[in-house]
Design a protein around this ligand. Structure first.
Ligand code: SF4
Ligand code: SF4
Length: 345
């Protein structure tokens, strides 16, 4: 990340603190399509929906976002590598000057090599050793992620791994971190919170099978404690220590959101971040997707939709990894800020 981008974030983080009316979408998650090549057991998304944002709409969003002050675009899906125009999407975002990250399961990564070589950070879904990945996401996916890691190594594409902390992955936390170290990556971890019991919207695809994947509260806490230990030993755990401490202090792992404020950060979702879905609706964060109607960027344009977004109600702290890390950064939590500067520099 460029020095000017760090300074831009710092200036706006200070303005967010000093001026309660200040709003700027510093980082925007963009779901570029809903289709996915995988069928991960823990996924609650559609897999075959034809929904996608057109290249023209995306370019308009990027133009507006840059003008408003966005400096990071995170591309998600479904599986973003399934977009045949991914090179154009990434090229346009990079041409504007954004820091671009992309979340992928690694499917057919070689076909998208030119686009991946322009991305600043690839976030690869990674559940653990081959047999765990095979169990959770299928053999083809386990093979795809191994091939993607080899490709990233060969072409020196900077990547991190993201592990959903399902029960089959928990015994392999040390292995996942060591694997990240062997590939000059960082390992990030998110709580398994996509299902009904965890504040999600539906169970998919087989409730009993999925329920068996959800760790007990005790297992979750032991895992977060172990990650904190590894982090304090200087191992390749990308997630910041305050993020892990906030998870450890989280009162009820069955709930994603709480109306109580965290002592570690303020929720700045409505003011500093937003999420654009593949159908063109804009939201402040995951919680607002469940509580508010989205605003269409196709109808309003991105700038106006962001301006019209209603303030998020009923939630002041969460255990959602992206939201939590962003809130810690933009609240200027010093250890989280230092953590990400160190990993991005
Ligand atoms: S790769 Fe992601 S979007 Fe695709 S099925 Fe798995 S969890 Fe769902
Ligand atoms: S605390 Fe998290 S989930 Fe809750 S409103 Fe803020 S960003 Fe959204």
């Amino acid at each position: 990340m460029r020095l000017s981008t760090y300074l831009h974030f710092l200036r706006h983080a200070l303005l967010l603190r000093l001026n309660p009316k200040h709003r700027v979408p510093l980082t925007v998650n963009v779901q570029i399509l809903l289709r996915c090549s995988n069928r991960c057991l823990y996924c609650a998304q559609e897999h075959d929906a034809p929904t996608r944002l057109s290249l023209a709409v995306l370019k308009g969003v990027f133009d507006d976002a840059w003008r408003l002050g966005t400096r990071r675009i995170h591309l998600t899906g479904g599986e973003p590598l399934l977009r045949e125009d991914l090179s154009e999407i990434v090229g346009y975002a990079k041409g504007k000057g954004f820091f671009v990250s992309l979340a992928t399961n690694g499917f057919d990564a070689a076909k998208q090599l030119p686009a991946l070589q322009r991305v600043d950070r690839v976030l690869l879904s990674f559940d653990g050793p081959f047999e765990v990945r095979e169990r959770l996401c299928g053999r083809a996916s386990a093979e795809a992620s191994a091939q993607a890691v080899a490709l990233f190594d060969e072409h020196r594409i900077p990547f991190w791994t993201t592990t959903v902390m399902s029960r089959p992955s928990l015994p392999h936390l040390d292995w996942i971190v060591a694997h990240a170290e062997a590939h000059r990556a960082q390992a990030n971890f998110v709580l398994f919170m996509t299902q009904e019991e965890r504040g999600g919207v539906r169970l998919h695809p087989a409730p009993e099978e999925v329920r068996a994947l959800i760790p007990s509260e005790q297992e979750d806490r032991a895992a977060v404690r172990r990650l904190l230990d590894l982090k304090r030993q200087g191992r390749a755990v990308g997630s910041s220590a305050p993020y892990l401490e906030a998870l450890l202090a989280w009162p009820d792992y069955g709930r994603l959101c709480s109306p109580r404020r965290s002592p570690l950060y303020r929720c700045l979702a409505w003011r500093s971040t937003c999420e654009l879905l593949a159908d063109g609706r804009l939201y402040s964060c995951d919680w607002s997707m469940k509580t508010q109607p989205g605003l269409s960027v196709v109808e309003h344009g991105f700038a106006r939709a962001f301006e019209l977004l209603p303030r998020v109600q009923g939630c002041r702290s969460c255990a959602n990894s992206c939201c939590l890390e962003a809130n810690l950064i933009f609240s200027l939590n010093p250890r989280t800020v230092f953590n990400w500067i160190r990993h991005l520099s």
